[in-house]
Design a protein around this ligand. Sequence first.
Ligand SMILES: CC(C)(COP(=O)(O)OP(=O)(O)OC[C@H]1O[C@@H](n2cnc3c(N)ncnc32)[C@H](O)[C@@H]1OP(=O)(O)O)[C@@H](O)C(=O)NCCC(=O)NCCS
Length: 161
Amino acid sequence: MDITLRKPRSEDGLAVHQLVENSPPLDTNSLYCNLLQTSHFGDTAIAAEADGELVGFVSGYRKPGAGDTYFLWQVVVGEKARGQGLAKRMIQSLMARDEMADVAYLETTITPDNEPSQRLFKALAREWEAELDISVLFDKDSHFGGRHESEELYRIGPIRR
Ligand SMILES: CC(C)(COP(=O)(O)OP(=O)(O)OC[C@H]1O[C@@H](n2cnc3c(N)ncnc32)[C@H](O)[C@@H]1OP(=O)(O)O)[C@@H](O)C(=O)NCCC(=O)NCCS
């Protein structure tokens, strides 16, 4: 599969929405939210395209009050493109951008049952030779009222690249 990585544009928002919808266990966001991710937050996002179709996407932003930290909101790879290192490549490519040179930490949250995602971020920490700290950010009961699994914070850094 010949895959191109690029910054997203607002016209990608709908395709992001559909990709996330087709990728359980990811939580879907509103289409409006995906439009903001691909426009206002486009500089801190990355899209992967194959044959004109969106096959992967990473959304995120610089964490308010902690400019050296990139908070990765969601990473998604379409079923057909999985298992080829695309998620890792998208995140590494995003962190390698000139404008991200001062980002020393990557944070994301993962539910305890999402093993592929845990493996992905452990692999990234290993390759960056960075520390990985895991703690609970949003708790199943106190934050989600029992409606959603806890979201565990994975904090990786300082990153060497
Ligand atoms: C999680 C997800 C993004 C991984 O995408 P991918 O492109 O297949 O991942 P990669 O090929 O880059 O793999 C990166 C690492 O994770 C491991 N990994 C990825 N998927 C795995 C799986 N299903 N089972 C075991 N390990 C897995 C790989 O072995 C690799 O580790 P390594 O470098 O030590 O070999 C993709 O499966 C997905 O979109 N899933 C649904 C949505 C989701 O759960 N997103 C994350 C929550 S925010």
